[in-house]
Write a protein that binds this ligand. Structure first.
Ligand code: AMP
Length: 493
């Protein structure tokens, strides 16, 4: 049973839509699982602002409420009260293509196994969705959305129906899908969580106090909000089942020594600074990136300021290492979403001024170091530098706590096509001239990786160096054909 938005219908879209999302799951009989999920999603709102959904299993069936909008807009008290149960999952979603604001693409996706239902939510992006969808159609499966996530749900539903074993269905599905996935799934009485063997997207396991139940979430900040204790990360290639029998790993990577490819952009930009990944707080990683940036690109200046919020920890690290005082020079309107996340270019351009307002006291007559986490298209940064000059800044030295983004992401962060990425086509000096800064310095890739304390082989760094952890040559070729002059990547398969 699904509630929210208009009735589903079928329409076709290409499979290259990429998206970043959050997933959450809780198994806690006797607790208000829908409300716990609601709060978990609140903490994960930064990972997706386009739609939100909760599905609950009550021992007999699975019910979902989902719609376009923020968590606070989608759910009312009456929705939560109408979702009693023992087990629940939730999802927030964003995608950056305008057309994708469709109810059908909201999650959790439901799939039927005979008269039973499962609900599934996914963070990541598959690279063989078109093949999967063709296979599913060949089995007369009716797909309502255009997402890879629905294909995963349908595949698990179809195999479970055939074999009567959900474990086998998850194992077969993991063997068939290629790409990035952190997935949570519920039946009417159990929660499953699994992660791709490269471990591209994060997923962690937590425990509610006094043995009241278990939680899985994209980031640890969602455990904190409901008072759950971090237990461990769901391992790459692992599938866990949480039920009345407790937590059980029923699939694990047969090759635990294999290369991993955790998304570096989670460290650079995406995840919340108060989350912890691989035992390191994101705040600390970003702070260290700023410290290293100061040693790689020092400059004489009067003040260091960050572009709030994602540039702030690195700016504080830069200020600390350089001895230049940190100032708050930009007031941020916190009620405006992430500018990139607004689907249309017009909204994006409006968003720059809507979101950030410079403060004269901190800026006028000053030589400024301005630290941000990344430059993707260069639009926001150019507008920002201009705004600071209009406010009387004497010099603007841009410092970026990651290397130039020069390659598209096919694994879940929509950093755009190559032709849109300023780092793909311009040298650092040309980018400096484009954004109008007095100087520009990007953190080196080695410096960025070193700030995490982990080896480079743990990460997917493809958006910086074009070395993809899976063969995406067909995707790059399609993009190169659509945008001639984009170049070819070094492939690491
Ligand atoms: P621009 O100068 O237009 O490339 O915008 C740079 C800003 O975009 C930086 O402040 C980044 O924090 C932010 N940003 C980078 N990647 C993303 C993303 N995938 N989604 C939303 N914002 C992003």
């Amino acid at each position: 049973m699904t509630k929210g938005g208009q009735a589903p219908f079928c329409h076709e879209r290409p499979d290259h839509m990429t998206e970043e999302c959050a997933v959450f799951g809780v198994y806690a009989p006797g607790e208000d699982v829908a409300r716990l999920t609601y709060f978990g999603l609140y903490a994960l709102q930064h990972r997706g602002q386009e739609s939100a959904g909760i599905a609950v299993g009550d021992g007999k069936t699975v019910t979902a409420v989902k719609n376009l909008g923020l968590v606070s807009q989608v759910f009312e008290e009456t929705d939560l009260a109408a979702l009693p149960g023992e087990v629940a999952i939730g999802h927030t979603r964003y995608s950056t293509t305008g057309q994708s604001t469709k109810w059908e693409n909201t999650q959790p996706h439901m799939s039927s196994i005979g008269r039973q239902l499962i609900a599934l939510a996914h963070n990541g992006n598959l690279i063989n969705t078109a093949d999967l969808r063709d296979d599913l159609r060949a089995h007369h499966m009716h797909l309502q959305s255009t997402t890879d996530s629905e294909a995963i749900a349908a595949l698990i539903g179809e195999i479970t129906q055939r074999t009567n074993h959900i474990r086998q269905a998850v194992a077969e599905t993991m063997a068939r899908v290629r790409g990035a996935y952190a997935v949570v799934l519920i039946t009417e009485m159990a929660l499953y969580a699994f992660r791709d063997p490269l471990g591209v997207r994060p997923l962690c396991l937590g425990e509610l106090s006094d043995g009241r139940g278990w939680v899985v979430a994209s980031e640890t900040c969602a455990l904190d909000i409901i008072g759950a204790r971090f237990v461990r990360e769901v391992e790459p290639g692992e599938c866990i089942k949480i039920s009345a029998d407790g937590v059980e790993t029923f699939l694990s990577d047969p090759d635990p020594g294999r290369r991993r490819a955790f998304c570096m952009f989670e460290y650079v930009y995406f995840a919340r600074p108060d989350s912890i990944m691989s035992d390191l707080s994101l705040y600390e990683a970003r702070y260290r990136m700023g410290e290293t940036l100061a040693s790689e690109y020092p400059v004489e200046a009067d003040a260091v300021m960050g572009v709030p919020d994602s540039g702030t920890p690195a700016a504080i690290g830069y200020a600390h290492a350089s001895g230049i005082p940190f100032v708050e020079g930009l007031a941020k309107n916190r009620y405006v979403g992430r500018t990139f996340i607004q689907p249309s270019q017009l909204q994006r351009q409006l968003g720059i001024r809507l979101k950030l307002n410079p403060m004269r006291f901190a800026i006028e007559g000053k030589r400024l170091v301005v630290v941000d986490d990344s430059i993707v298209r260069g639009n926001t940064t150019r507008a920002l530098v201009q705004m600071l000059r209009e406010m009387g800044a004497r010099e603007v030295h841009m410092r970026i706590s990651s290397p130039p983004v020069a390659w598209p992401c096919f694994f879940g962060i929509d950093t755009d096509t190559r032709d849109q990425l300023i780092g793909a086509h311009k040298s650092v000096e040309q980018i400096r001239a484009h954004i109008g800064a007095d100087s520009l310095g990007y953190l080196s890739q080695a410096g960025m990786v070193a700030a995490t304390g982990l080896p480079a082989s743990n990460f997917c760094l493809a958006c910086f160096d074009g070395r993809y952890p899976l063969d995406v040559s067909d995707k790059l070729a399609a993009e190169a054909a659509a945008h001639p002059g984009a170049g070819t990547a070094q492939l690491e398969v």
